[in-house]
Design a protein around this ligand. Structure first.
Ligand code: F6R
Length: 244
């Protein structure tokens, strides 16, 4: 079931997302957070840091698993997702870094790294909440549009549109990795709750597809309507194709 909230400004959206996570951690101090990178959740991570500084959240027992990582980037690379998480959240809160997990983009045996990541997620008991952004093409994690989608953690070749969208973070488009390791739909659907954030007009079609009755593997986010507890926070631009 999907609960959709539409906001006039990104700050309110970010605060609502942070409040949902705060309430979860207050109820379950050792909660497992499934986390995403990208521009969209940055405001929510800032709101979480502010709530930590205001003594509203204690992250000391929290565990995290991230959705994805570029293949070929070391954790110290400024565009790696491990680096992103440290910079945008983990370095600013009292989380035990040993309890934060991001797929290994440098694993010599990629297939094995995928299996091990699924084992890890299972051993943590799956995310209590999975934070998701969405690509303009409807991808979640790096589950790109395709005629069939993949359940386990797997290696994914990125679509040209994704490489182009992410080039803004690199010096040139040639530096953007062309493949990634990503949680599949399986672990995402095992999350007890999904918190999807989307802002900007580029996401409007993907959000319309999510809210339509159709299940379209060529727009992976549309599959989320099968999950029993999905909270969607969007701004007016991302909601522009919806009748709300
Ligand atoms: C990132 C991820 C991606 C992004 C998506 C949107 O970990 O899994 O699916 O959520 O590409 O990215 P932004 O938020 O930069 O528009």
């Amino acid at each position: 079931m999907i609960k959709l909230y539409v906001y006039d400004n990104e700050q309110e959206l970010a605060e609502h997302g942070a409040l949902i996570i705060q309430e979860l951690i207050q109820a379950k101090p050792n909660a497992v957070l499934g986390l995403a990178t990208g521009s969209t959740p940055v405001g929510m991570y800032q709101a979480l840091i502010a709530r930590y500084q205001a003594n509203k959240i204690d992250f000391s027992k929290v565990r995290t698993v991230n959705l994805d990582e570029y293949l070929g980037l070391e954790p110290s690379h400024p565009q790696s997702y491990r680096y992103f998480m440290n910079e945008n959240l983990f370095n600013h809160i009292n989380i035990d870094k040993q309890q934060t997990h991001v797929p290994d983009g440098l694993a010599p045996d990629g297939e094995k790294a995928c299996e091990q990541y699924d084992e890890l997620i299972e051993s943590l008991g799956y995310p209590d909440i999975q934070v998701l952004g969405v690509g303009a093409n409807g991808h979640i994690g790096f589950n790109e549009p395709a005629s069939t989608l993949t359940a386990p953690t797997h290696l994914e070749v990125l679509k040209t549109s994704t490489i182009e969208a992410n080039a803004r973070f690199f010096n040139s488009i040639d530096e953007v990795p062309t493949s990634a390791i990503t949680m599949g739909l399986g672990a995402i659907f095992q999350a007890k709750r999904i918190l999807l954030l989307a802002t900007g007009e580029a996401k409007a079609e993907a959000i319309a597809s999510l809210m339509s009755p159709k299940l379209d593997p060529n727009c992976p986010v549309s599959m989320l309507k099968l999950h029993h507890d999905v909270v969607v926070l969007v701004d007016r631009k991302a909601a522009k194709l919806l009748a709300v």
